[in-house]
Design a protein around this ligand. Structure first.
Ligand SMILES: [Zn+2]
Length: 288
């Protein structure tokens, strides 16, 4: 229902509630004494949050920090690449010029180079139209409520219970961040980019002829670990043995495989095997 409400401004319900409460903003909390219909819609919005993002038009409805507008994450969740203090409470329109184009000076001041590139790549609508909400996964064929349940379950599971063991591996910051992002579905792999309409193909850039997702990247790409049936089993073994050096070597090796994969993706040669092995061993041993 919340989805219909937000999508269809001409609906009777929208007209009625809009008149009564004004435009609904993501950050609004349920007001005391609010009507049941309003509460229901706010509740619905909470469930939709993980699966929708903003399509930017004039940028005046979107909070830079709190809303999902870059890819599918809001900036104040998870590791961030920009200077949050400077943009607290500002709207996305703050980053634009009067004609609606991006203000390069502000972007480069506030965001890292990679982030600026991502922002510039995003589709942007027209300046004189209000921002709109759209589904993140545009072509999975799943219903809105199925997606929403799935996303909430995934968030709870991964944040609080699933990957605490990762810390025990005592990886260095870069390797840790790589694994954290990979296991939390936040690494820009081909399948991930495809569902966000940022790539045309889902296949691995290494010509493995498999879709590139966490399962592929962490277990099968570059080198296959035949002992494990699937990614779940693989992470289980990592968890159970997180104190052992061999696990650390594996974790670092996968990280180097990803680094090397990024080189191919951008048209360069892979990291030479002998060099990679030397790096992995020195990396794993000084961390013991
Ligand atoms: Zn591959």
């Amino acid at each position: 229902m919340a989805w219909m409400f937000l999508q269809n401004e001409k609906s009777l319900l929208h007209k009625f509630l809009f008149k009564k409460f004004g435009a609904i903003r993501w950050e609004d909390n349920v007001k005391r004494g609010a009507s049941t219909a309003w509460k229901l819609i706010k509740d619905g919005i909470e469930h939709l949050k993980p699966i929708v993002r903003w399509q930017i038009n004039n940028g005046q409805s979107i909070n830079i920090n709190a809303d999902n507008w870059i890819l599918d994450r809001s900036l104040n969740k998870g590791p961030t690449l920009c200077n949050i203090m400077d943009i607290d409470d500002k709207k996305v329109s703050f980053l634009m010029n009067d004609d609606g184009s991006w203000n390069s000076a502000k972007l480069t001041k506030l965001f890292s180079k990679d982030m600026v590139k991502i922002i510039r790549q995003m589709e942007k609508g027209t300046n004189n139209v209000e921002d709109k909400i759209e589904l993140i996964h545009s072509n999975t064929g799943k219903t809105v409520s199925a997606l929403s349940t799935e996303a909430i379950w995934f968030q709870k599971e991964s944040k609080y219970t699933k990957y605490i063991w990762l810390k025990k591996l005592k990886l260095d910051q870069k390797v840790y961040l790589f694994w954290w992002r990979a296991l939390n579905g936040a690494l820009p792999m081909m399948e991930w980019l495809f569902y966000r309409r940022l790539a045309n193909l889902k296949e691995c850039p290494r010509d493995c002829h498999e879709n590139e997702n966490a399962e592929h990247e962490l277990r099968r790409c570059g080198f296959n670990v035949p002992e494990f049936q699937n990614l779940e089993e693989c992470t289980k073994v990592l968890e159970q043995n997180s104190g052992k050096g061999l696990m650390k070597i594996y974790a670092v090796a996968v990280f180097y495989s990803w680094k090397s994969r990024n080189l191919i993706k951008h048209g360069n040669a892979e990291i030479p095997l002998a060099y990679a092995v030397a790096e992995i061993i020195s990396h794993s041993s000084h961390l013991q």
